[in-house]
Design a protein around this ligand. Structure first.
Ligand code: NDP
Length: 299
């Protein structure tokens, strides 16, 4: 059997970003406004800082307004809630994202609950989770949205596929299950208590790993020809003492068996930010009650 084709998340993310740029241009011309995204970071976690900086950069590259708030690590919950209340009211801000994880003194549920669901571009609010579950228009979490587009690069119509998702988090596994149901897949969600995980994984025509365990999924777990989407981002030490990023899938083994596979890095990661930009335009259009610009049709 030939090697898997590599699904290029960087290239797809660049295409999506270009469509967002064109959509923003259209909004400016036809409706005279530019969508704005506010990103709030509490504390100085270095990885979060990098994410926030990248999000801001991509937002402005797409022609939108970016508002960044870096709050000190000892910020209290009330102060953060006040900041969110102001952003909820601001007519220039159409999307609000609070970078997780938050410091211990802040309850993330209270923070997510405080974001206006129509500005909740992360799609973590219970109202959006509920809308997604019952099939109403919703702001949907970015990483699962990216996973579906990546899978469709390998097979445009996912109807009827056996999909197995390893991981049941609220930010990846559960919303992805809803999206794949919408795509007419037969969906299994596996987790740390699943019996005989390799056997369950081998059933999958579409296997998604969203676990956070470096190279948990071996080549022998993969059905020949399957589409494999690797969400995991794990920093591991190399023998030379330097760190490298690996996914939840043993890529070298998996590409010998799979039909198509996403790499880490360069797979799901870039798509997450691209879908955040899409969600910001969607949120802006919903708030203004105008249709989604044509360049974003189908996204
Ligand atoms: P969580 O820790 O919230 O969830 C992990 C899930 O994996 C849980 O459902 C857990 O099961 C399950 N799990 C843990 N160990 C095993 C095991 N040995 N066998 C089977 N299932 C297991 O993680 P997230 O969903 O937030 O993230 C998952 C990974 O994806 C991480 O590496 C994260 O860094 C990455 N990520 C990447 C993003 C991107 O943009 N590329 C965005 C978001 C996340 P249980 O529920 O039983 O505990």
């Amino acid at each position: 059997m030939s090697e898997a084709s590599i699904i290029d998340g960087k290239a797809l993310a660049a295409q999506v970003q270009e469509r967002v740029r064109a959509a923003v241009e259209e909004l400016k011309k036809r409706h005279g406004f530019v969508p704005g995204l506010a990103v709030v970071l509490v504390g100085d976690d270095p990885a979060s800082r990098v994410y926030v900086r990248n999000k801001g950069k991509r937002t402005t590259e797409a022609g939108m307004k970016s508002f960044e708030y870096q709050l000190p690590a000892d910020t209290g919950e009330e102060a953060l809630l006040e900041r969110i209340a102001r952003l909820n009211k601001s007519p220039e801000v159409h999307g609000i994202l609070v970078q997780l994880p938050l410091p211990k003194q802040i309850n993330p549920d209270r923070v997510i609950d405080a974001i206006d669901p129509d500005k909740d571009v992360d799609g973590f609010h219970v109202i959006n989770a509920g809308r997604l579950a019952v099939g109403r228009p919703a702001l949907v979490p970015c990483t699962p949205l990216g996973c579906v587009l990546l899978a469709k690069q390998a097979k445009a119509d996912l109807t009827g596929l056996e999909a197995v998702i390893i991981g049941r988090s609220n930010i990846v596994g559960k919303p992805l299950a809803q999206l794949l149901l919408r795509e007419n897949c037969t969906v299994t969600i596996a987790h740390s208590r699943t019996r005989d995980l390799p056997e369950v994984a081998r059933r999958a025509d579409l296997l998604v790993a969203a676990v956070g365990r470096p190279e948990l999924v071996r080549g022998s777990w993969i059905k020949p020809g399957a589409i494999v989407i690797d969400v995991g981002i794990n920093r591991v030490e190399r023998e030379n003492g330097k760190a490298k990023l690996v996914g939840d899938v043993a890529f070298g083994e998996a590409k010998e068996v799979a039909g198509a596979i996403t790499p880490v890095p360069g797979g799901v990661g870039p798509m997450t930010i691209a879908m955040l930009l899409v969600n910001t335009v969607k949120a802006a259009c919903m708030q203004r009650n105008i249709p989604l610009p044509r360049p974003l049709a189908g996204l």
